[in-house]
Design a protein around this ligand. Structure first.
Ligand SMILES: Nc1nc2c(ncn2[C@@H]2O[C@H](COP(=O)(O)OP(=O)(O)O)[C@@H](O)[C@H]2O)c(=O)[nH]1
Ligand SMILES: [Mg+2]
Length: 249
């Protein structure tokens, strides 16, 4: 490749309650597009987007975790080797904020210790310009979001996938915090973590096929699932090889 910039690949995962706008944020960032009544994510669990930040080029490898809401046991597989996570809630849905705090806790307990986490209060367009009061649509204040972010050491943005408000800013802020090169120690710590990976597939249900095996001491996994969500029928599928993820239709 004839690029002057070194390219840093960054595995980024999205976490958050269903329908908070995770896929919409990715669509806005990757295609600068928005769909009003978006079909739930079908299959597409992996997208990439390059962006240049100062002298470095970052290639985001985005895992849009369709279905992690349901398949809690698969979630650790998503975020195990992630360098960055977007934890998303809906500013009009207090329950989604509680869920976001749950994900933050889980990431701090289980993900890489230096993972960069951005907390996103999405659907800002719904409350933009609104006056505070009893029947205000906003149910999670900026201060609540900021407080959690401060306490937990996270980036924090209120975003709108619909208007585009702060969407690029989130990814840029993450990119800024990515170190130029991962150190040898971090890499081997990651390898050790992968060695210890055991994915429990026992409570995955509904037309689900998953096959896991061990190769050269590393876990390899192929999975696909089809299931009904409140929002309709969703599916997810993919191959997972440590350090190498490829989407499958
Ligand atoms: N008003 C508004 N609606 C949004 C926004 N982001 C997503 N939505 C809508 O919320 C619904 C769920 O979005 P989706 O991206 O599928 O959520 P996911 O389940 O978290 O991936 C869809 O109907 C989207 O059009 C936003 O920023 N503002
Ligand atoms: Mg989705």
């Amino acid at each position: 490749m004839s690029t002057s910039n070194p390219v840093t690949a960054v595995k980024l995962v999205l976490l958050g309650e269903a329908a908070v706008g995770k896929s919409s944020l990715v669509l806005r960032f990757v295609s600068n597009d928005f769909q009003e009544n978006k079909e739930p994510t079908i299959g597409a669990a992996f997208l990439t987007q390059r962006c240049t930040i100062g002298a470095k080029t970052i290639k985001f490898e985005i895992w849009d975790t369709a279905g992690q809401e349901r398949f809690a046991s698969l979630a650790p597989m998503y975020y195990r080797n992630a360098q960055a996570a977007l934890v998303v809630y809906d500013v009009t849905k207090p329950a989604s904020f509680i869920k976001a705090r749950h994900w933050i806790r889980e990431l701090h307990e289980q993900a890489a210790p230096n993972i960069i986490i951005a907390l996103c209060g999405n659907k800002y367009d719904l409350i933009e310009g609104e006056i505070e009061g009893e029947d205000a649509k906003r149910k999670v204040s900026v201060e609540e979001g900021q407080k959690v972010a401060e306490e937990e050491g996270l980036l924090f943005f209120e975003t709108s996938a619909k208007s585009g408000h702060n969407v690029n800013e989130v990814f840029m802020a993450i990119g800024h915090k990515i170190p130029e090169k991962r150190s040898e120690t971090e890499r081997s710590a990651g390898d050790a973590a992968r060695e210890a990976d055991r994915v429990d597939l026992s409570n995955v249900v509904n037309d689900t096929q998953a096959d896991g095996w061990v190769e050269n001491g590393q876990i390899c996994l192929k999975y696909s699932a089809l299931y009904d969500d409140e929002a309709g029928r969703e599916s997810m599928g993919g191959w997972y090889f440590p350090g190498n993820i490829t989407q499958e239709d």
